[in-house]
Ligand binder design. Structure first.
Ligand code: AHG
Ligand code: MN
Ligand code: MN
Ligand code: MN
Length: 338
């Protein structure tokens, strides 16, 4: 680097949040900055642990245990969960915690706590042993006045979320965050131990010829959905007259990250094997829908209902999801007559 090319005024995540809270004086109590510090510590710790997993024999299954939603737990699922729970407990301002890896909702008797947190500690863990990118997904609700610290704090409409983020442990460790004022992306500088702003005010393209779905489920989809994907596979009249490309990684975080950066659509429809869908509302569909909408995209279910208009009845409720570029989602909505 020559002198003038070194940026000496880098925006770290902590500085970014402080600046945004300074302008958002009405509810800038500093609570969010404190929680964000605990969140980013957890992401750095999980990132470090995953990158050393093969060296310290952390691959593979954590015994025969199965979690609340029927997934076989990997050692790193359990470890990521422990790291996250400890960081949230230590933050002092989380009262309620939902995790994919915990059957029951967890309550920390902090007072005065401010937040309820829902988390997928390791998303894409079936890919872990193959070295494919995995991540951590988080949704945040602010406790309502008179909160008793129970499921009422999280069984709420998606639009009640005050923030959502994911960390993706890929070639670099990325963090995508929204607090309802757009999406900002950060990349971990491991030398500084800081997340640096790399995608300010990210917006996904209006349309892009990529579809992302597990075709292995196609015989179990309803006909309308089979037809929709078939229509993407024939040469399109616009824009370049070619069929859509298929890209499916199998880690939601990685598939959503690509969709945010390149555009196109990602979908996990209901099928005969998973009649309610596979992805969980509170810690997969809700946070990813919030991020995609804030980046100018759309997120709906098989019936064309907006994901953020939904309210879960139980903390591990699942939903079908279609998310991505607004014109690609509109094409699906038109196809189902919405
Ligand atoms: P998790 O690893 O947290 O259980 O999530 C796995 C999810 C999601 O990451 C991905 O989109 C989906 O499972 C892939 O499911 P299929 O393997 O059935 O395609
Ligand atoms: Mn799982
Ligand atoms: Mn997941
Ligand atoms: Mn998971």
């Amino acid at each position: 680097d020559s002198a003038e090319s070194i940026n000496t005024d880098i925006i770290t995540l902590s500085r970014f949040i402080l600046e945004s809270q300074r302008y958002d004086a009405k509810n800038a109590t500093g609570e969010f900055s404190m929680l964000l510090n605990s969140l980013q510590f957890a992401f750095k710790f999980i990132s470090q642990t995953i990158r050393r997993a093969e060296l310290v024999n952390l691959m593979g299954l954590a015994g025969a245990s199965v979690n609340a939603t029927g997934d076989q737990q990997k050692k790193l699922d359990v470890l990521g969960d422990e790291i996250f729970i400890n960081a949230m407990r230590a933050s002092g301002n989380v009262k309620v915690l939902v995790s994919e890896e915990q059957e029951e909702l967890m309550v920390f008797r902090h007072n005065p706590a401010t937040y309820a947190v829902c988390c997928d500690p390791i998303d894409g863990s079936s890919n872990l042993d193959a070295g494919v990118s995995v991540g951590t997904i988080v949704s945040l609700f602010k406790l309502t006045p008179g909160s008793q610290g129970n499921s009422k704090d999280v069984l709420r409409r998606g639009d009640d979320m005050v923030a959502a983020c994911y960390a993706m442990y890929g070639a670099s460790t990325h963090l995508m965050l929204t607090t309802g004022k757009g999406v900002n992306g950060f990349t971990l500088d491991t030398n500084l131990g800081e997340f640096i702003l790399t995608y300010p005010d990210l917006k996904l393209p209006l349309q892009h010829p990529i579809y992302s779905v597990n075709e292995g489920n196609s015989v179990y989809w309803e006909d309308m959905i089979q037809q929709f994907f078939h229509n993407l596979k024939v040469p399109q009249d616009a824009p370049n007259g070619k069929p859509y490309s298929s890209r499916y990684i199998g880690s939601m975080v990685a598939d959503v990250h690509r969709t945010l950066l390149y555009g196109g659509l990602f979908s996990y429809p209901c099928d005969k094997k998973s009649p309610k869908g596979k992805l969980r509302l509170l810690y997969e569909a809700f946070p990813m829908a919030f991020l995609v909408e804030q980046a100018g995209g759309k997120a709906v279910n098989d019936k064309g209902e907006r994901i953020l208009d939904l309210t879960p009845e139980n903390i591990h409720d699942k939903s079908s999801i279609w998310l991505g570029s607004s014109q690609d989602i509109d094409r699906f909505l038109k196809h189902i007559g919405k």
